[in-house]
Write a protein that binds this ligand. Structure first.
Ligand code: DGI
Ligand code: FE
Ligand code: FE
Length: 226
């Protein structure tokens, strides 16, 4: 194993060659549109890693490539995959059907992509849709990259992309750069919650907890609330 490779849970490791093979493999299981998004998330994740944690780049590239592998399954298929993989489903979960794919994709990694079965990869995939209380830096980066990848043209995504990059995080001191990330994440949760309310949708408790937690941290850090 060279220093650019990462040990997986079972002693598996990966580097550039494995990532390239993964790119091909995930591309075979999704529509061209989803693949364009997936590759754009990988690129954006790499840009964010360069700013925040270069040493995690390969792990998070893998997470980006795997984050939407089950996105195109129908709700019925998600539910049967949950049963097959032992993913717990609570009554009412089917009212937030778009949240299933993060859970099923994370659960599939040890089974079908064991070379990438690393806790950082699995957690980033698991929390990429809703976030959760106590998000780690690596979870935040994949969550944000998914929102602001360059292929997204939805006005909120463009606004969030500009909010992040127009502040020139590359010129910020490390602490300020982390506060900036948290502020942009809070703005993203605000957008998500607003859209869900406008559509009359259920809001996942994880979405609410993630937002509250980030606001709490921001106030404690003296950043105030936006
Ligand atoms: O899979 P992507 O489209 O790339 O992005 P994503 O995994 O962030 O999924 C976005 C979708 O998930 C979007 O339609 C809103 C939905 N979503 C996110 N949080 C919640 C949610 N839906 C419900 N019902 N509740 C949530 O808390
Ligand atoms: Fe997704
Ligand atoms: Fe996505």
């Amino acid at each position: 194993m060279n220093r650019n490779q990462h040990p997986g849970r079972d002693g598996a490791s990966f580097g550039e060659a494995e990532l390239s093979a993964l790119r091909n493999r995930v591309g075979q299981g999704m529509s061209p549109k989803r693949l364009i998004h997936t590759l754009a998330v990988e690129q954006m994740t790499a840009r964010l890693c360069a700013l925040y944690c270069p040493e995690e780049t390969d792990l998070l590239r893998a997470a980006a490539l795997l984050h939407d592998i089950t996105k195109e399954l129908k709700t019925e298929e998600q539910l049967s995959l949950c049963r097959e993989l032992g993913v717990p489903v609570a009554p009412g979960d089917e009212l937030a059907p778009k949240c299933f794919h993060a859970r099923t994709a994370a659960a599939l990694i040890p089974r079908k992509y064991s070379a990438f079965d690393h806790p950082v990869v699995v957690a980033a995939v698991r929390w990429h849709t809703t976030g959760h209380e106590g998000m780690t830096l690596t979870e935040k980066l994949v969550y944000l990259a998914d929102y602001i990848d360059e292929s997204r043209t939805f006005p909120d995504c463009v606004a969030l992309r500009n909010l992040f990059w127009d502040a020139h995080p590359e010129d910020m001191a490390p602490e300020e750069r982390l506060s900036h990330l948290n502020r942009v994440l809070i703005a993203s949760f605000d957008m998500t919650v607003r859209n869900l309310v406008a559509e009359g949708q259920i809001i996942s408790p994880d979405t609410v907890m993630a937002r509250n937690d980030l606001i709490r941290q921001s106030v404690q850090a003296g950043d105030g609330v936006q």
